[in-house]
Design a protein around this ligand. Sequence first.
Ligand SMILES: Cc1cc2nc3c(=O)[nH]c(=O)nc-3n(C[C@H](O)[C@H](O)[C@H](O)COP(=O)(O)OP(=O)(O)OC[C@H]3O[C@@H](n4cnc5c(N)ncnc54)[C@H](O)[C@@H]3O)c2cc1C
Length: 538
Amino acid sequence: MSADRYDVIVIGTGPGGAALAHRLAPTGKRILMIERGDYLPRSQANWDAKTVFVDAAYQTKETWYGKDGEAFHPGLHYFVGGNSKVYGAALFRLRERDFDEVKHEGGISPAWPLKYDTFEPYYAQAEQLFHVHGARGEDPTEPPSQTPYPYPAVAHEPRIAELDATFAREGLHPFHLPLGVLLEEKNGVAAPASPWFRNDAFDGFPCLLNGKADAQVMCVNPMLAAHANVTLLTNALATRLETDPSGRTLSVVDVLREGAQERYCADIVVVACGALSSALLLLRSANDRHPHGLANGSDQVGRNYVRHNQSVLMALAREPNDTVFQKTLGLSDFYFGAGDCDHPLGLIQMMGKSHPEEIRAEALPEWLSWMPEMPFELMARHSLDFWLMSEDLPRPENRIRIGHDGRVILELTENNMRAHQRLRAKLEHLMDAANAHPHLLERKLYLGKDIPIGGTAHQAGTARFGTDPAQSVLDLDCKAHELDNLYLADASFFPSIGAVNPTLTIIANALRVADGIAERLGATRAISGSTEDRTCRG
Ligand SMILES: Cc1cc2nc3c(=O)[nH]c(=O)nc-3n(C[C@H](O)[C@H](O)[C@H](O)COP(=O)(O)OP(=O)(O)OC[C@H]3O[C@@H](n4cnc5c(N)ncnc54)[C@H](O)[C@@H]3O)c2cc1C
């Protein structure tokens, strides 16, 4: 079977793959995007909490296995736009110190081989591309930046403004969350032409308005509309990558599409399937020259998997919380430590408000006994909802691999959990000041039912970049050490994950990798100046 030939093939249309392709599109090079999923169907069900969280209708039904053989469904979403179709769009830069070695209570977070100053200009471009709203200078751990946020912060609604004031009275420095939304607003009211308006079905939901800055809306749609040189294949699963006999050059991408096997080739292949699926694709592509998986002479592919120690917590306030869009406030005062602890604890941020259907479906026996007469609707009305994130540390034994019987096995041993527990205790203490019950209630459905192992939303670190081919899979350009034309452009390159949401770093790095590829293709001039926002409709 002969193979169709392209200049560049990009596998995966999540933020990594889509941002990279969007950057390369103006070069006029023939680009093929290969996506295993379809477009996420737009329907009223997108905004139904039962459909999204209880039935997990958009999550993959794939079964993977833990190290003890326990079956679970990973919290992954296979659509054009990848996991960003359901993400919360909190778009953070890693802190400057996250690029250095950081000592944690539970061990060491290793240094990155490139530092913040390399990424800074790309962060600025990523913020532009994904319409980030925010306010510089509020977040005490924010790294230096050359540019303001492209769009003003999304204002707090009254109850969240109160919480902001409470935290400030406690001597803390709450800030407006950096958010990727297509919002034009005056005094809390959306302008008539604003694509997005405040609603309570954003965080974890697909956006019915196409007003969330996801990879499909910000990159794939405008790119396909403007560039005939880019082709997208949907429902196309990349099953294997083949090399030439030398093993140095990737020659063919095998694809299963609508039941038929197809073959594509390109001068350059970029894998951006999400950190877990990218590692799987490399492992499944073992051949004589790469007996343990493609680019895996170091035995590092799939290892050092990180995904944050994370909790979704709900407090019940004494007064009702009628906030519609709650995800506007963050707190980083404990990011690198606290008065009573020298080690990093992590980040606190608000998230979407609890819906009664979600609360009803959670297994919450302890706190039901606290207020048995309180119906779920009332609990939802009184809830204050938080997302807590602490760093988990890369360990070679935390890995994704393929078992002898072809099963996918995700081996995970939690670490550095004491920091996360301390962070939770800090929030509990603060809830007293916020006139809420200090007992925080765990909500698991947001991340999928199979927590902790199924909590793959922030997947990273399975093919880290570095200078030493014995310790890393990718070089500093995110090209595989062992192949001349294979690049990775998702979070697999992360040597560590910090404690901020990962996607802005994925996008920034994908733009950086794209620039390296453009240079290699002799097409740098074509993309200079192409970072302006073409999707602004405000
Ligand atoms: C509920 C939820 C909330 C989140 N909230 C936030 C947030 O607020 N802020 C933040 O920064 N991050 C958030 N995230 C994480 C964020 O979604 C991911 O960091 C981001 O989507 C990763 O981008 P990616 O391109 O690396 O991978 P993905 O988004 O996973 O995209 C990979 C793509 O590759 C496709 N693919 C996989 N394998 C193959 C194959 N073999 N062949 C072809 N195609 C393939 C997949 O279908 C997918 O479209 C959240 C995630 C979830 C699930």
